[in-house]
Ligand binder design. Structure first.
Ligand code: MN
Length: 490
C-alpha cells in the first residue's frame, strides 16, 4: 500500500528571478527528489511536481493534489523567495497532509564563490521563513523539518512523516466491520461513531453474527485444508485437537470473505454475541491481524481501527504491532512491569519465537475451548496507544514503553503475553494513564513512534497526550486542564 502513494515536492518561487534562475531551481529540485528516492530511506516516492510562481499555479497544483488519489501529501520548499500571499488561496483549499522541508541545495556557504548572484539563487533561509509565516498565520496543521536534504537523519524524519500521512489517507477511507455490539456496560469502548467519521473518516457499521455463521457454513473443506497448511508453516501445531483448529480456520475464512467483500480493514466482535458459533475466534483473529487487519475485542471498534491504522503506517517494518490489553502488574520494586495479554487475540507480529497453536478452555463466553496462538512478545522500545471519546472530542493517548523478555515463564498462562516497563516508571505511568482516561485496550507497536502519532493526531485535528520519560502527574494534570479549555474554544 505504501508503494501506491506518492508525495509531491512543490518548490515555491516567483517570476522576478527570470527564466535562468527558475530553470536552475527546477533542475536542482528534480535532482534532490531523485537522490532522496535513491537513498531508500523514504517509504513512498517523492515526485518533483513543479516550481510554483503565482497564486494561480499554486491553487491549480493544490486542486490537482486534492483530486489525485495517489498523492498522500505535499512537501514544500523555497529555494528562492516565494511571497506567501500567493499561497493563501491554495492553502485554504488544501485537503492533503502538508510538510515544510526547510533545507537548501548547498550544504555549505562557499567562501570564494559567494556573491550577490549566489545569494539571489540560494536564499532558502529567507524564503522558508516567509513561507512558514503564512502556514502559521492560517493555523494549518503541518510538519516542519529543517536540515540538509542529503543527511540521513533528515530523510529518515521525512520518511517517518510520510508514514503518518499515509495513516491519514488510510484513516479517511477506513471501514470497520462490527460483529455484535459493545460488551454490555463497558464505557471506554463506546464512542460517537458520527463524530469519528467526521473527524477521522471511519465508516463503522454492524453486520449480524448470524450472517457470519451462514458464511462459515459455506466454507469448504478444501479452503480449510489450504489455510491449515499455512498455519502449519507459520506456527507450531502444539495440539492434537485438529478439529478445533480447523474450526478456527473456518471462522477466519468466513470473516475474511465478509471483510474483503465490504472493503473493511478492521473488525470487532464480542464473546457476548457468538450466537451460532462454537468457539470465540482466537487463532482466526490473530492470523487476520498478522495479515494487516485491525481487531478489537469486546466490541471495541476504536482500538480495531487504530490497530489497522498503525499497521498501515508501519507496513514493511518488522518490530510488530498488536491489539493489547493491560492485565496485571509485577509490583516488586526491583522489577516493576506490566503484563499485557488478552483472552486470546494478540497479534503474532510481536512474537519473539514461533507461536504455538494450543487449545484450552475459556472461562467466559460459554463456548467450546478455542484454539489460539501462544507466545512471548520480544524485547524492545515501543509505544502503547489509546483513543478515547471525551464527549465532544477525541483524545489520543500515547505512552512510551520498554518491553522485556517476560521475567517469568508462566507455564500455566494459556495466552500470548508481552511484558513491559511503562515510562517514566510503572506507578507514575499508571497514574498518568488513568488520569488521562486511557483505556485497558491499546495498540502496542514496536515500529510506530510517539512523534508519528503526534503528527497523525495533528493532521486529524484531535487532542494528543504523550506520556514519556519526562512526564509528571502534576504537569500532565495541568496540560489536561488547559486542553479541556482549549478544545471547548475550538
Ligand atoms: Mn479486552
Amino acid at each position: 500500500m505504501l508503494k501506491d502513494y506518492e508525495f509531491w515536492f512543490l518548490v515555491g518561487s516567483q517570476t522576478l528571478y527570470g527564466p535562468e534562475v527558475l530553470d536552475t531551481v527546477a533542475r536542482r529540485a528534480a535532482e534532490m527528489a531523485d537522490k532522496m528516492n535513491d537513498s531508500g530511506l523514504l517509504p513512498c516516492r517523492l515526485v518533483y511536481k513543479t516550481t510554483v510562481k503565482s497564486n494561480q499555479e499554486i491553487s491549480d497544483t493544490v486542486r490537482e493534489a486534492n483530486y489525485d488519489p495517489r498523492c498522500a501529501g505535499i512537501i514544500t520548499w523555497c529555494h528562492t523567495f516565494s511571497p506567501s500571499k500567493m499561497w493563501i488561496n491554495g492553502f485554504h483549499d488544501l485537503q492533503k497532509p502538508y510538510c515544510h522541508l526547510a533545507t537548501q541545495y548547498n550544504r555549505e556557504i562557499p567562501n570564494e564563490e559567494i556573491d550577490m548572484d549566489f545569494m539571489n539563487l540560494n536564499q532558502a533561509a529567507h524564503g522558508d521563513r516567509e513561507h512558514g509565516f503564512i502556514a502559521a498565520r492560517m493555523r494549518m496543521p503541518r510538519k516542519v523539518i529543517a536540515g540538509y536534504w542529503e543527511d540521513e537523519d533528515v530523510q529518515r524524519r521525512l520518511g517517518s512523516w510520510m508514514r503518518s500521512a499515509v495513516g491519514v489517507m488510510f484513516s479517511r477511507s477506513l471501514k470497520v466491520m462490527r460483529f455484535g455490539d459493545n460488551m454490555r456496560e463497558v464505557a471506554v469502548t463506546e464512542g460517537d461513531k458520527v463524530e469519528v467519521q467526521i473527524k477521522l473518516g471511519w465508516q463503522v457499521n454492524t453486520w449480524p453474527v448470524g450472517k457470519l455463521v451462514a458464511v462459515m457454513n459455506e466454507v469448504t473443506e478444501e479452503e480449510i485444508d489450504a489455510l491449515m497448511n499455512c498455519y502449519c508453516q507459520q506456527y507450531e501445531m502444539a495440539t492434537n485437537d485438529i478439529e478445533t483448529v480447523r474450526y478456527q480456520a473456518r471462522e477466519e475464512i468466513a470473516m475474511k470473505k465478509m471483510l474483503d467483500e465490504e472493503g473493511c480493514r478492521a473488525f470487532s466482535n464480542t464473546f457476548q454475541d457468538l450466537y451460532g458459533m462454537k468457539q470465540l475466534p482466537g487463532l482466526a483473529s490473530q492470523h487476520l491481524m498478522a495479515q494487516g487487519y485491525g481487531y478489537g475485542g469486546e466490541g471495541d471498534w476504536k482500538v480495531a481501527a487504530m490497530t489497522a491504522i498503525l499497521k498501515a503506517m508501519s507496513e514493511g517494518q518488522t518490530g510488530g504491532t498488536a491489539f493489547m490489553e493491560d492485565y496485571t502488574y509485577n509490583l516488586n520494586p526491583d522489577a516493576t512491569y506490566s503484563l499485557g495479554a488478552h483472552m486470546l487475540e494478540v497479534c503474532p507480529s510481536v512474537a519473539a519465537e514461533k507461536p504455538r497453536i494450543e487449545v484450552h478452555p475459556l472461562g467466559i463466553g460459554d463456548r467450546e475451548p478455542p484454539a489460539r496462538l501462544v507466545f512471548e512478545g520480544h524485547a524492545g522500545k515501543g509505544i502503547v496507544v489509546s483513543l478515547v471519546d471525551m464527549g465532544g472530542r477525541l483524545r489520543l493517548i500515547v505512552q512510551d514503553i520498554e518491553a522485556v523478555k517476560p521475567i517469568l515463564p508462566m507455564p500455566n498462562l494459556p495466552v500470548a503475553r508481552v511484558m513491559w516497563r511503562a515510562l517514566p516508571d510503572l506507578t507514575t505511568g499508571v497514574e498518568c494513564w488513568i488520569t488521562a482516561g486511557g483505556a485497558h485496550h491499546t495498540v502496542l507497536s514496536y515500529d510506530v513512534t510517539a512523534e508519528q502519532m503526534k503528527d497523525w493526531a495533528r493532521m486529524m485535528d484531535i487532542e494528543y497526550v504523550h506520556i514519556g520519560a519526562g512526564t509528571t502527574v502534576e504537569k500532565l494534570e495541568e496540560q489536561l486542564f488547559l486542553n479541556d479549555l482549549a478544545w471547548k474554544l475550538k
